[in-house]
Write a protein that binds this ligand. Structure first.
Ligand SMILES: CSC[C@@H](O)[C@@H](O)C(=O)COP(=O)(O)O
Length: 357
């Protein structure tokens, strides 16, 4: 197996981000030593994926402290810089949660902040590994009940691998686990808006793992599912409301609707850090609206008529009733069958995975 990727790394004095706008043709690391550069990197999707921007945001607090010392900022100026990192993108709750968690150690100084940020990163990798095992167990058992014994054909949307997390991956982690168990036939990777995260990043990670796959247009997903070419879909999440409504990359809800119509499982794999119990339903989730150029142009060249306006939501909300299973590091919740995160994931208390399943 190739060496595990680290999309977000702390070098001792700053952040090293794999520049995800350049893959798969160029694998370059971007050094980040100031808050403005980090905010820009998050907004341009140099670093992207909910858990990865959560880790970047956590280290962003350290960056603000170091820059503040260098530039002679007041504490209020450092806090304002932290707030800019926290607000760089609005939908993934991991960004806010990562910043807020580390800010609880702010008064203790830089070393404590770095220690907490490293914990955010470490815990995310552990959560991903646990999700991989829970998700694969659940899926194999469910499909066996449905009479499917052969290796599985899985559809995924966007990129949820090592690049989108602190390591290993959420939905792609489940896929990697199925592959490691010899139970995966092929992956359908939707190409994904706005920056082809599926065809550039997911496909690249699948190549590294030697996993057979097809890249397909997002618009092909429903047809592939309804033709019976897919056994289950697994996606990630940017924010999950208490009722199980799930914000994820635009196009996800169409995949979920097709799975419901075809009667196949639609799984969301996400760490509990992506569950936002303060958000009751998907209606309350702020969906990032990105610049019009991303849909009116192709590779920087205008393709739509000059008169056209662009509509570019980065995410959509899949109603909890369409989520067959929510895979977390604590186990699997059968959301569409009534196991709602708000009832079952009391964050203040440790819940055993057997209790969840
Ligand atoms: C493990 S990543 C989960 C989600 O963040 C992912 O599915 C997604 O929608 C990413 O969107 P992006 O705009 O590329 O940051």
């Amino acid at each position: 197996m190739p060496q595990e990727l680290r999309a977000v790394d702390w070098t001792g004095s700053g952040l090293a981000l794999i520049d995800q706008t350049l893959l798969p043709h160029r694998h370059e690391t971007m050094a980040v030593h100031d808050v403005d550069t980090l905010v820009d990197a998050i907004q341009r999707l140099v670093v992207r994926g909910a858990p990865a921007i959560g880790a970047a945001g956590a280290y962003g607090v350290a960056l603000a402290i170091i820059e503040g010392e260098r530039e002679g900022w007041t504490e209020a100026e450092v806090r304002a810089a932290v707030a800019r990192v926290r607000e760089a993108r609005p939908t993934a709750v991991n960004l806010m949660a990562g910043v807020d968690r580390v800010m609880t150690r702010f008064a203790e100084g830089l070393d404590a902040v770095l220690e907490e940020a490293a914990a955010v990163q470490r815990e995310d990798v552990a959560a991903n590994r646990a999700m991989g095992a829970f998700g694969a167990d659940w899926l194999l058992a469910k499909l066996q009940q449905a009479g499917v014994e052969r290796p599985l054909r899985i559809l995924t949307h966007c990129n949820t691998g090592a690049l989108a997390t602190a390591g290993w991956g959420t939905a792609l982690g489940v896929i990697r686990e199925l592959h490691a168990r010899g139970r995966l036939e092929v992956v359908y990777a939707d190409e994904t808006r706005p920056l082809l995260q599926g065809s550039r990043l997911t496909a690249w990670e699948l190549v590294q793992e030697g996993i057979p796959h097809y890249v397909q247009a997002d618009g092909a997903a429903a047809g592939t599912i309804l033709r019976g070419e897919v056994d289950a879909a697994i996606v990630g999440a940017d924010r999950i409301a208490a009722n199980g409504d799930t914000a994820n990359k635009v196009g996800t809800v169409g995949v979920a609707l097709a799975c419901a119509d075809a009667g196949i499982p639609f799984l969301v794999a996400a760490p509990t850090t992506t569950v936002d119990l303060a958000t009751g339903t998907g209606d309350e989730i702020h969906i990032e609206l990105r610049g019009e150029a991303e849909v009116l142009e192709w590779a920087g060249v205008r393709t739509a008529p000059a008169e056209s306006r662009g509509h570019n939501p980065a995410f959509d909300v899949t109603p909890g009733r369409l989520v067959t299973g929510l895979v977390t590091e604590r186990g699997v919740l059968e959301v569409s069958a009534g196991e709602l995160p708000g009832d079952r994931l009391n964050m203040g208390r440790s819940v055993s995975s057997s209790e969840l399943r």
